[in-house]
Design a binder for this molecule. Structure first.
Ligand code: ATP
Ligand code: MG
Length: 421
């Protein structure tokens, strides 16, 4: 966004005319060299936080002890961080001591990879003490300084390393990779939220299979606090994962790992996925389980359609669409037994049509309520009522009966008589 760059330039001007040094830094400098679109621009300055706060009208003291102030300007917000060094990394996570310094090079030295350890002056000169530009040109991810130490300081850097390799299609420098293998056990010190966030960036990137393959080869995830069953799934059994949108990529991953829904529920909770995400994943697994266990007695298409619509009522349209998409991306040898292979084939061919043509999905879509039924049948409420309403809903959804009060009452009478008999 050229407006964002202009605005950031004005923030830099302000700092510079007050006698401070100020630069663009980190991810935005890297992304500029890579020709990638830039989401946010981080700035770094020799001014201490109080000085930054004093120079701008609209600021948020985001992490003032660590030197970070958010400056809001022209509708954009910029993180402005004072040159600093870090030390006293506790438990291989965040540093305990932050010291403000006067030299940009010292600030760049604390950053993780050479490509992330560059700054850009107001008039476009690169400050690149560790050869980041050359590494970007050779598509290489390399730690700043001694990789063993850098991973020991902050173990999340190992996962960032694999994430960048997967998202940019870069190689990992041999010394960095070897250090990662030596230090991989330290990832267990990192909170699962942060591990998940990196994992999500890998999964939604252009080449998730490469990320998964690097994770598998490194064994990096095996020391995390949560079970990581997909660690061992070989890439070839993930079919056309990259053709799916993000949510369905995760669903395919769980299908490929043959997880039972209960097993997956616990694992997804440990991974700190949101409730909405988990619910959607688990519905898909339930749906697949239903497909895989269709009884042999259900042989013709009519009966299969009835089953499909009953699932649709239980798990909803979104889940049907998920199953159709994910099923279509599974590797060809996924379904081992011939019966469920045949069932899946019919469902894959007809499922969309059956879904689109089902207009009645919920009780409230029915032209009758439970209270109406109690009145006309002159009976007291009880579990029978729910069962009858379910039958009516399925019958109406399948088109066996029309969704009109008279017809529904007729059917209800018939069904209750059958029940009583
Ligand atoms: P992206 O925003 O695309 O995920 P990024 O490199 O900008 O990637 P941020 O988390 O926004 O990542 O961090 C901004 C900069 O801060 C990085 O470019 C890097 O210089 C530095 N940095 C971030 N995390 C770490 C870390 N764990 N260790 C060392 N430096 C880091
Ligand atoms: Mg960033």
């Amino acid at each position: 966004d050229p407006d964002m760059a202009l605005e950031a330039g004005q923030v830099l001007d302000r700092l510079i005319s007050a006698g401070h040094e100020a630069y663009w830094v980190g991810g935005c400098v890297r992304d500029e060299l890579l020709g990638r679109s830039i989401q946010d621009m981080d700035l770094t300055t020799s001014a201490v936080p109080d000085e930054v706060v004093g120079l701008f009208d609209n600021v948020i003291p985001t992490g003032i002890q660590h030197g970070t102030v958010t400056v809001i300007s022209g509708g954009f917000s910029f993180e402005v961080t004072t040159f600093r060094t870090e030390s006293g990394y506790e438990d291989h996570r965040r540093p305990q001591d932050v010291r403000f310094v006067k030299d940009i090079r010292e600030d760049l030295r604390r950053r993780d990879f050479t490509m992330n350890a560059m700054a850009l002056t107001r008039d476009g000169k690169l400050v690149d003490p560790f050869g980041g530009e050359a590494d970007i040109r050779s598509c290489l991810i390399r730690c700043v300084g001694a990789a063993d130490e850098r991973f020991e300081e902050d173990a999340l850097r190992m996962l960032r390393c694999i994430r960048f390799a997967a998202v940019f299609g870069f190689r990992i420098a041999p010394a960095t990779w070897k250090a990662l293998l030596r230090k991989r056990h330290l990832l267990r010190f990192i909170a699962m939220e942060r591990v998940r966030t990196e994992m999500e960036k890998i999964m939604k990137g252009p080449d998730p299979l490469r990320g998964l393959e690097l994770l598998r080869r490194s064994g990096l995830l095996s020391s995390t606090k949560a079970a990581t069953p997909w660690q061992s799934i070989p890439a070839h059994s993930l079919g056309r994962l990259h053709n799916l949108p993000e949510q369905q990529r995760w669903e395919l991953l769980l299908l490929a790992g043959s997880f039972a829904p209960e097993q997956a529920a616990a694992m997804l909770r440990d991974w700190t996925f949101s409730n909405a995400f988990r619910t959607r994943m688990l519905r898909l697994l339930e749906w697949e389980k239903a497909v895989a266990t269709v009884p042999p007695s259900v042989s013709d298409e009519r009966e299969l359609r009835r089953l499909w619509i009953s699932w649709l009522l239980r798990w909803g349209r979104e889940s049907a669409e998920d199953w159709l998409a994910v099923n279509g991306a599974l590797p060809p040898d996924y379904r081992q037994d011939a019966a469920s292979w045949r069932v899946a084939e019919v469902l894959a061919a007809k499922g969309k049509e059956w879904t689109d043509h089902t207009e009645i999905l919920q009780m409230k879509d029915l032209d009758i309520t439970g209270n109406d039924l109690l009145a006309v049948l002159n009976r007291r409420g009880g579990p029978w009522l729910g069962r009858v309403m379910d039958r009516l809903l399925l019958a109406a959804a399948c088109g066996d009966i029309r969704n009109e009060k008279e017809m529904l009452i007729e059917e209800a009478k018939r069904v209750t008589e059958v029940e009583e008999a």
